[in-house]
Design a protein around this ligand. Structure first.
Ligand SMILES: Cc1cc2nc3c(=O)[nH]c(=O)nc-3n(C[C@H](O)[C@H](O)[C@H](O)COP(=O)(O)O)c2cc1C
Ligand code: SF4
Ligand code: SF4
Length: 310
């Protein structure tokens, strides 16, 4: 044919290319395990305002099991086995939530491929290395660790209404991560020396214990105003079960992840940060006490199911 393709051959080649590309992006190539069956992926997640649950769902297919870490902790379930195990969590001061740290220290993970996706809102610093270190010390080396920028739910620094307007190119980044996972890529997002130094500076300023991260005393940090209607949502969305409805109103106590699930999900915006000018984290109070956030793809019921300790 003098090196020329017929129209039929060209169409055949085009459709083969399209099928291969679609398979890579939809994760289809990840569906077959080396034993020949469909590959099972289990994703463990921690979420307060829904970003991580959304990401976990987006990285799922019909053969994926999604498990909430607060529920696993409640059940004291630490044995997880699948062809691929993933973890999705929000970074707090570039570190994992305390509960995620405790979970990984107790977990017995059995999988050929392990990946972690860390969501953040503005500055990730050396979050990837921090997870690599914590998980390795717990006996779990992760093959793939990446970060994903989303809405920043940290109320002391950000106005949620402004955050929601910023295009952070989430679908494009998610598509790239899905393709990496479909190819079982072995990769850790690189960290610069400047990012390591920024984290060290933050820790010195915030005075946090690097072995615990953000583990606070809820009573010291939050107050409930008269706007409270006693709906009990705060009690259902707290992954620590810190809230209780009493005849004198809502009471809270106990070690706190500082996840801000209670404060963001209260329909009355009745939960506020307690004023403490001497606290390096809360010295400036809130940027906009009237603005609260939950990921647009995630319902209040989803957050309750993920976190309720009842
Ligand atoms: C206590 C706390 C600390 C945070 N620290 C950081 C941080 O160091 N860097 C950053 O970029 N985002 C930080 N964030 C923002 C969250 O990591 C981000 O919004 C995340 O996607 C929220 O996930 P979720 O909706 O699943 O809870 C912090 C949020 C909280 C509540
Ligand atoms: S969620 Fe808000 S309004 Fe509902 S009980 Fe808790 S503090 Fe009160
Ligand atoms: S009290 Fe609020 S911030 Fe603390 S763990 Fe519970 S929901 Fe998260």
């Amino acid at each position: 044919m003098n090196g020329k393709m017929t129209r039929r051959e060209a169409l055949k080649r085009l459709s083969a290319t399209l099928i291969t590309t679609a398979a890579a992006f939809s994760g289809l190539s990840a569906l077959t395990s080396c034993k020949g069956g469909r590959r099972k992926r289990t994703i463990l997640y921690f979420t307060a305002t829904g970003n991580c649950l959304y990401v976990a769902r987006e990285l799922s297919d019909a053969n994926t099991e999604l498990l909430s870490i607060p529920q696993l902790m409640k059940q004291q379930r630490f044995d997880i086995e699948a062809d691929e195990i993933g973890i999705v969590y929000p970074i707090y001061g570039h570190m994992p939530p305390n509960m995620v740290r405790r979970f990984i220290q107790k977990a017995r993970l059995k999988a050929d491929y392990k990946f972690a996706v860390l969501t953040y809102g503005a500055r990730k610093c050396n979050a990837v290395e921090i997870w690599d270190d914590i998980s390795r010390r717990a006996g779990h080396a992760f093959d793939y660790i990446n970060t994903l920028i989303m809405v920043d739910n940290w109320l002391p620094n950000f106005d949620m209404n402004e955050q929601m307007k910023i295009d952070k190119h989430i679908p494009e980044h998610l598509q790239q991560i899905a393709a990496d996972l479909a190819a079982q890529k072995h990769w850790h997002e690189p960290v610069s020396e400047e990012e390591r130094q920024m984290h060290a500076g933050f820790m010195a300023y915030a005075g946090l214990n690097p072995e615990k991260g953000f583990l606070m005393d809820s009573k010291k940090y939050f107050t409930v105003t008269d706007a409270c209607i006693g709906c009990g949502i705060c009690a259902s969305v707290c992954p620590r079960g810190n809230y209780e409805l009493t005849s004198q109103g809502v009471k809270m106590q106990g070690d706190c992840e500082f996840c801000l699930s209670c404060i963001h999900n209260c329909p009355q915006k009745a939960i506020r940060f307690a004023k403490n000018e001497h606290d390096p984290l809360l010295g400036r109070g809130e940027v906009n006490p009237d603005a609260r956030y939950r990921n647009e793809h995630i319902s209040l019921m989803d957050i309750k199911r993920a976190n309720s300790q009842f």
